[in-house]
Design a protein around this ligand. Sequence first.
Ligand code: FES
Ligand SMILES: [Fe+2]
Length: 318
Amino acid sequence: MWFAILPSSQLKNKPVGLKRLGKDIVLWKDAQNRVNCIEDICVHRKAKLSKGKVVNGNLQCPFHGFEYSGDGKVTVIPAYGRNYKVEDRFRVKNYYVFEKFDFIWIWLGEEKPESDPKFFDDINESFSYSDYGELWRVPFTRSVENQLDVMHLPFVHHNTIGKGGKTVVNGPVVKWIDSDKFFFYVFNEKDKGFIAKKPEELKIEDSSIYLEFIFPNVWQNHISENVRVVAFFSPVDKESSVVYIRFYIKLSKIKFLDRLVAKGGMAFNKLILHQDKRVVETEKHNIFDDLLVQGDLPIMEFRKRIVKNKELFKDFLP
Ligand code: FES
Ligand SMILES: [Fe+2]
């Protein structure tokens, strides 16, 4: 399964050490500009490889100069001489990585990736964007579920995107598009004394807002045809995750101008994000004894997949 872990802009010429999916990993770009990813620990005396440097496309340990290729093998032990053939046991674990849409994905699973990571078909080169990311002290399940939550708007965001006091949550309606992707449609309204409608009583066409989620960790809010907010929830460990927000805009034909608008607009997105963070970071980390209600339907769908993958996710699920 592919996990989005880092915006491409964060990986330049130097190796980058990260904690993701409960593992210490190091990323670097090789001579072909391809992203490589291996465990961030040298086989020799266990120094962090991310403190080293890239030499001829390989990653060189900062301590005694062992050189690693992208498959995790040590290719050079300088103390033996560059022409020495290094034994196979000198190797660390490597991970499949993929760079797409200016984001880096890592593959989780024993088998080989069978396809490329999925993204949103309706976002293309014609959009400009700005990026922002920050650490949240909750596991990725909690940070994802916050963006699948259509009930919190009039409370957490009462003075911003949740203005208007639409506290009654009809539905929402969840529609799976394929095995990993679902849309969810929002029908919130003011409390006029009626009981919230069930999803089967609602028509998708009547919804004012729809959002999209790609399991396990990519989300999109269709603000309009030309304005989108995308979020990536990158699992760090059992206690934390990094939330990356990308604000996509396609307003003028001039990329430079659109980028400026996207940058300016990020201030508002940050404000919203901090309203969320303030509350979400108080949640208990373990999701399994929550008592959910109908408005949590998108969260229930997400959890079905979480439960199926509990074993695979064990390093970063509390
Ligand atoms: S610890 Fe890495 S080369 Fe010695
Ligand atoms: Fe929110």
